[in-house]
Design a protein around this ligand. Structure first.
Ligand SMILES: Nc1nc2c(ncn2[C@@H]2O[C@H](COP(=O)(O)OP(=O)(O)OP(=O)(O)O)[C@@H](O)[C@H]2O)c(=O)[nH]1
Length: 365
């Protein structure tokens, strides 16, 4: 899977989910803190600010997910970091200075901090782990240090709750994340191998153009009513090439032949090795009355320059009539008849299916 696909299938949905979870939580906190007001005025508007920032990020992501997703994740991490850490420090430092009891005043954000950092580690790529771990450490460290040095506050229900949340529960998560990542990368490898072998199954192993199955897949992605024509090319006297120069040089000719075919046409087309020394090209939306000219371009690319060790190689090219792609097999039959017509008339030539209907065969060989 390439990076763009990873983004589309994994990263973008994960980022949407993270933003939505945070948005929903900030709505709940906004309602709670306004219905049950706290002595700290900051609580009346802080969740609202968080909601606003994440809502903005959501809209920003929605406008161009592929290009903006990394920027949104970094901004998301920064917002979480800069809204939670000052909050935690404010309550721990003030409690240290004796302004109030920490366990009574620390807002119920701790679960949210742990949940968000855990989700970041599980759902986002590994490079964002650092951001999540820094956020967790900067929140957990002051809380744990305060509780461990203030036994009277630790030995309260909220004190134990915070200790377990930032202590063993967080450690458990840190153990689970690498395991989960291991599973993910294993799945990733399986998907990659599967795609790789699927691609290999669609390609001709020698020339790396499509095989029949690959061309079939390509055709399935074309609108069935698209106009097309088929060019079938059969190398002339290829048996003689093998007999004279050996099979491996024959293979090299096939490779060179296929790579020459790739260089000719700039429009949309499908190219496949149809059989041993037979190649098939499907031209989409060909210009009427220009198919012969196009086929001549292919013929000239094939026979103009000599092949290494072998010299001149030619091919007979049969061209079908223009038809809708749903009639592909009829077009192949027409092109096949035209190839034989060309062979019978002396090889190294382009023959249209129309010619086979109009002209008599010469039977040269
Ligand atoms: N080197 C090599 N030869 C192949 C391959 N596939 C098929 N061939 C050979 O292609 C040759 C095709 O021979 P024929 O069908 O008699 O046709 P031709 O000699 O090209 O004669 P015409 O088509 O009538 O011009 C055979 O000798 C096959 O062994 C391949 O992958 N590599």
């Amino acid at each position: 899977m390439d990076d763009r696909n990873d983004q589309k299938n994994i990263l973008i949905p994960a980022t949407y989910r993270l933003l939505i979870v945070t948005l929903l939580s900030s709505i709940i906190y906004t309602v709670l803190f306004n219905v049950y007001s706290t002595p700290f005025t900051i609580h009346a508007f802080q969740p609202g600010i968080i909601f606003f920032l994440h809502f903005t990020l959501l809209i920003y992501l929605y406008k161009n997910p592929i290009r903006r997703v990394h920027r949104v994740i970094n901004a998301y991490g920064a917002v979480i970091l800069f809204t939670t850490v000052p909050n935690t420090l404010y309550f721990t430092i003030s409690a240290w200075q004796g302004d109030w009891r920490f366990v009574d005043t620390f807002p119920p954000f701790s679960g949210m901090i742990i949940l968000t950092t855990t989700l970041m580690m599980l759902m986002l790529p590994e490079k964002y782990n650092k951001l999540a771990v820094i956020t967790w450490i900067l929140n957990a460290f002051p809380v744990l240090l305060f509780l461990l040095t203030h036994q009277e506050e630790l030995q309260t229900p909220r004190g134990y709750d915070l200790l377990f949340l930032f202590g063993p529960a967080s450690l458990l998560i840190l153990l689970i994340v690498p395991y989960q990542r291991g599973i993910n990368s294993h799945m990733h490898k399986i998907v990659f191998d599967l795609q790789h072998s699927q691609q290999a199954a669609e390609r001709d192993f020698l020339t790396d153009v499509y095989n029949r199955r690959g061309l079939e897949g390509w055709l399935n992605n074309v609108n069935p009513s698209t106009k097309a024509c088929v060019l079938l090319m059969d190398i002339d006297h290829f048996k003689a090439v093998n007999d004279r120069f050996g099979h491996s040089i024959g293979d090299r000719v096939l490779i060179e032949f296929a790579s020459r075919l790739r260089t000719v046409y700039q429009g949309k087309y499908g190219l496949a090795r149809w059989g041993g020394e037979e190649f098939l090209i499907v031209i989409l939306n060909p210009k009427a009355n220009k198919t012969k000219v196009l086929a001549e371009l292919f013929r000239s690319a094939i026979n103009r320059l000599p092949y290494k060790d072998v010299g001149k190689v030619t091919a007979s090219i049969g061209v079908s009539s223009i038809n809708e792609i749903k009639h592909f097999s009829t077009m192949v039959e027409e092109a096949d008849k035209a190839v034989y017509f060309g062979k019978d008339n002396g090889r190294d030539q382009v023959a249209l299916y129309r010619d086979t209907l109009e002209k008599p065969q010469n039977n040269v060989d």
